[in-house]
Design a protein around this ligand. Structure first.
Ligand code: ZN
Length: 261
């Protein structure tokens, strides 16, 4: 079984479509897991929700999914993000908002296993969460300390996180001075799942990458090979930027897509 793992689509339909095409062409994926922040920043929130729902995606909530419905405030957002959240909120249908509000903060999944929150962690291979298990909606997993706090709470062998928009692998181990190490994952990086220790993977961001590579990022899990592979996919960045300009979305949100920051 092959599963495509997506995070931080951020209402960028051109990037999402490019990733879905790539996933089909490369790996003929059997399922989709999404790590939150499907909406906000980008110009096509409803379209991205509809696309992922139509494919039966297993998804968790991100901070922007909650802010876009008004379920949480935008006080902690920078001014551009707050402007985009208000813009997004006005464009979501009631059904879109209900879908986003119903997303769980944490989900458990595995190849061939029912990925329902009710099933809990027992028997699951993977935990899915947007930020960290210490703070599922808000915390960025980009320090050793945050990684260890997350790993302590991780009840499954492996987990996927999003939120930072940067593809990273976290490996715990006593041989590391901080108790774990964080590795950036380049395009095409393939990692074998270890049998003897936990692992955390961030597949990077689909709709707003932030590691200096503007190409959309996602990962594929191959359950037979027990591998995770990160892919980068080119998409029509100017097309998304034009839609954002037409919508009057903040300038920096438009510009950053071209530089991957
Ligand atoms: Zn995000």
């Amino acid at each position: 079984m092959r599963i495509a793992i997506l995070a931080d689509v951020h209402a960028n339909l051109a990037a999402l479509e490019a990733v879905l095409r790539h996933a089909e062409a490369q790996a003929a994926t059997d399922a989709l897991w999404c790590l939150g922040d499907t909406v906000d920043y980008g110009p096509q929130p409803s379209e991205c929700i509809a696309r992922l729902r139509g494919l039966g995606t297993v998804a968790v909530a991100g901070n922007h999914d909650r802010a876009a419905t008004g379920a949480i405030g935008t006080e902690e957002f920078n001014p551009d993000a707050a402007t985009a959240a208000v813009w997004t909120r006005a464009r979501l249908s009631q059904d879109d908002a209900a879908y986003l509000n119903a997303l769980p903060e944490v989900a458990y999944a595995g190849a061939g296993r029912d990925a329902s929150p009710e099933a809990g962690a027992s028997g699951a291979e993977f935990t899915l969460v947007h930020g960290t298990l210490r703070d599922p909606i808000w915390e960025y997993l980009h320090s050793h300390e945050a990684a260890l706090a997350h790993l302590e709470r991780q009840q499954t062998p492996f987990s996927f996180v999003g939120h930072t928009h940067i593809p990273v692998l976290v490996l715990p181990g006593d041989e590391f001075p901080h108790g774990c190490e964080l590795y950036h994952l380049e395009d095409g990086a393939r990692r074998q799942l270890p049998g003897d220790r936990k692992l955390v993977i961030n597949p990077g961001g689909v709709g707003q990458p932030r590691d200096g590579d503007p190409r959309a990022a996602y990962a594929v899990y191959d359950s037979e090979q027990k591998t995770i592979t990160v892919h980068r996919v080119e998409y029509d960045i100017p097309a998304t930027q034009r839609l954002m300009e037409d919508a009057g979305l903040p300038r920096w949100l438009i510009e950053r897509l071209a530089i991957g920051r």
